[in-house]
Design a protein around this ligand. Structure first.
Ligand SMILES: [Ca+2]
Ligand SMILES: [Ca+2]
Ligand SMILES: [Ca+2]
Length: 231
């Protein structure tokens, strides 16, 4: 996690990219929050879905393997370019670079599996379901389903869809189930700390997705060093 945090906090250019993409994501989230019925009504309902998330992540891992043409566990610049061109989303070279930089948060250069999940999920959110059809024709329904659920889980915590979950949001959501005892403050604080990778007091969709991947507990592929358990 140290690597992710220090790289996220680092150069000004990164911060500019971070801000711009966070804003784009927030815009899409707000639209979505208005348009969709709520999928999740409690933290528990999200927790119960984790095994399904895990299955969905396995499907995404197969897609990752398609684009990691040299099978080294990383999608490098060239492989990413071919992946993005396949998505047929209208992005300038600079925008593609920005997305790359935005998603490449761990200490390993290039896009590893967890980062790929975030990348495709962002593309799905920003450009719509056609994206997954182009990523993988056969898996697209399954991918749309998992991304819908992951984004809806984020919107459960981030009701207004401004793209930033605060510690207060987490505390409130965890405590609104009337049949449950109040979650001790140190637990909600700890949970929030785990999610807030760059320690800026807010959890964005990207950070939330990394947390969901970790909680779903997807085992690394054999020989895949990209499973950075500290993420
Ligand atoms: Ca590769
Ligand atoms: Ca990386
Ligand atoms: Ca944060």
């Amino acid at each position: 996690m140290g690597g992710a945090a220090s790289r996220l906090a680092a150069p000004i250019k990164h911060r500019r990219v971070e801000r711009e993409l966070d804003n784009k994501v927030a815009e899409a989230l707000r639209e979505r929050a208005k348009a969709r019925k709520k999928t999740f009504r409690s933290v528990n309902s999200i927790t119960m879905r984790l095994p399904r998330f895990k299955d969905g992540l396995k499907d995404i891992r197969d897609v990752f393997a398609l684009y990691d043409t040299d099978s080294n566990g990383t999608i490098d610049n060239e492989e990413l370019r071919s992946c993005l061109s396949k998505l047929e989303v209208r992005m300038s070279e600079k925008e593609a670079d920005d997305v790359h930089r935005y998603c490449d948060v761990d200490s390993r250069k290039g896009i590893q599996f967890q980062e790929f999940v975030v990348l495709i999920c962002l593309m799905y959110l920003l450009f719509g379901p056609n994206v997954t059809r182009r990523v993988s024709e056969f898996e697209s329904d399954k991918l749309n389903y998992i991304f819908d659920e992951l984004i809806d889980a984020f919107l459960f915590f981030n009701r207004d869809g401004d793209g930033k979950v605060t510690r207060k949001d987490v505390t409130q959501r965890m405590n609104e189930e009337s049949d449950r005892e109040r979650t001790p403050t140190h637990i909600t604080t700890q949970l929030f700390k785990e999610m807030d990778l760059n320690k800026n007091g807010k959890v964005n969709l990207k950070e939330f997705l990394f947390s969901m991947i970790r909680w779903a507990g997807l085992e690394p592929e054999e020989g895949d060093e990209s499973n950075d358990t500290s993420l």
